[in-house]
Design a protein around this ligand. Sequence first.
Ligand code: ADP
Ligand code: MG
Ligand code: MG
Length: 515
Amino acid sequence: MAAYPPEITGPESERLTEVVKDWSIAHGLTVRPPPAVLAADADPGNILATAVPVTLFPSPFPRVCFEQGVHVQKTYNELYASISQDEEFLTQIVKEIGNSDEFTQALWKVHLRVKEEGYVQNLSLGLFRSDYMVHQESASSHPQVKQVEFNTIAASFGGLSAQTSQLHKYLSSAEYPLLSASSIGKGHLTLPDNKSVRGLAAGIRHAFTAYGESTTGHPKCVVFLVQGGERNIFDQKHLEYEVAGPPQSVPVFRLPFAQATQHTRLADGGPGRQLLYTPPQLPHLTFEVAVVYMRCGYGPDDYPDAGAWEARYQIERSAAIKCPSVLTQVAGTKKVQQVLATPVGAGQAPVLHRFLSPASHAALGDLEATFTNIYPLDTSAAGRKARELALDPEQCKRYVLKPQREGGGNNVYRAAIPGFLRSIPESHWDAHILMELITPPAVRNTILRNGALESGGVICELGIYGTCLWDQREREGRGVRHNEMAGYLLRTKGDQSEEGGVAAGFGCMDSIALV
Ligand code: ADP
Ligand code: MG
Ligand code: MG
């Protein structure tokens, strides 16, 4: 095969651009345009969707790395279910994050309040995504994936990711064979199946069934709790439609978090605390909410006032199965990832042993192989070493500093680290972790963004989705009711950019060509 992906120019790139744009609109590989575009529209509300940034070709990705990520996902699911069951461990984590992180403290208070009166729902749902980059020690060594982070709340792009895989499959059969510069026709590329939408929806459906029968006489439903003005709405829509069915029909509603307490309430009388939802568009109907799937609530911006925290509290104390619960959300902090990855002293059992059933201990090495160096920034021995690295003008260039935040745009990179640390009180440093940068070998590709093509070196981030439903109380047998790998995401960014968020405008959607 000639060089892949091929460099294309002139009429060929124009044609491919048109084909991709049309396919994207026709298949919902789309986002809402930014407010500025909507405002400039002569007919407000006319432009509802625009094609998402995407690579023209699926990026080459080492097969061993893809298989490594797929292989460990179910163990990761079990691990995070188990961490979420371990309140003692999480209490310690929240303590170590410290009081300077008001958001994590406020979140933890929600859990403590509900714990005091007792939880009425023991099942917990996780729609997880473990993110990786390729690491290669030297040109002669095998590439491996190293984990960037593990997401336990609002892990996005499962919807758009399945569509991107479909787009690239379509192009490889219908369009690439027509390119003069290449021989990448049908059968020349190995494009793995991506069941992210079906997989994630199956997780929600499992929880919907496991909730049992409605006890209030109202039909059951699933609520997607969302941010107001969400631009990444179509990603969520793909999932909503899949959950709604066919084959079985499941009522699914979108509810903006800011309106949660206005349209939901707990059932009166009795200890059941069933969550009841009356859709504003169907005021004569009431549903019993079986599953609350959160695509919001992961950062301080979603909690502008005490009312928002009350809304989170109402959901947490209700009988609905939460995806995620507060405990599961806290399990997904970068602090937890650091504690798992930081080696323990000689003679001590690895922290991982605490969470995995003996049957999974064999998989321990597989998990550890995905870890990269992560340090605390506290006053422990490891923390003091990390502080030295972080403040050193040369050493710091190999690191990224992360607060306990989600959603992109929160990290501090390389040479900016010392100045950042000096700009905040030293007592706040332990709310951050220091992580070695993973530096994947760049590949070349062409990105189509806002109608324009950009060619050059790109860096890919793999995400593997996992779904897990478990009982919070069953710690002995781990209580896992459902545990599946649920497809993948490939996000790609220019190799000059630190962050790769698609929604944040840094990266683009991609899919995998196995090499
Ligand atoms: P968030 O929860 O906000 O998505 P991440 O830990 O995923 O936070 O960091 C955001 C982005 O920063 C990642 O998508 C990746 O592009 C980059 N990044 C984070 N950690 C590393 C790392 N160790 N090596 C290289 N890039 C990283
Ligand atoms: Mg994250
Ligand atoms: Mg991330």
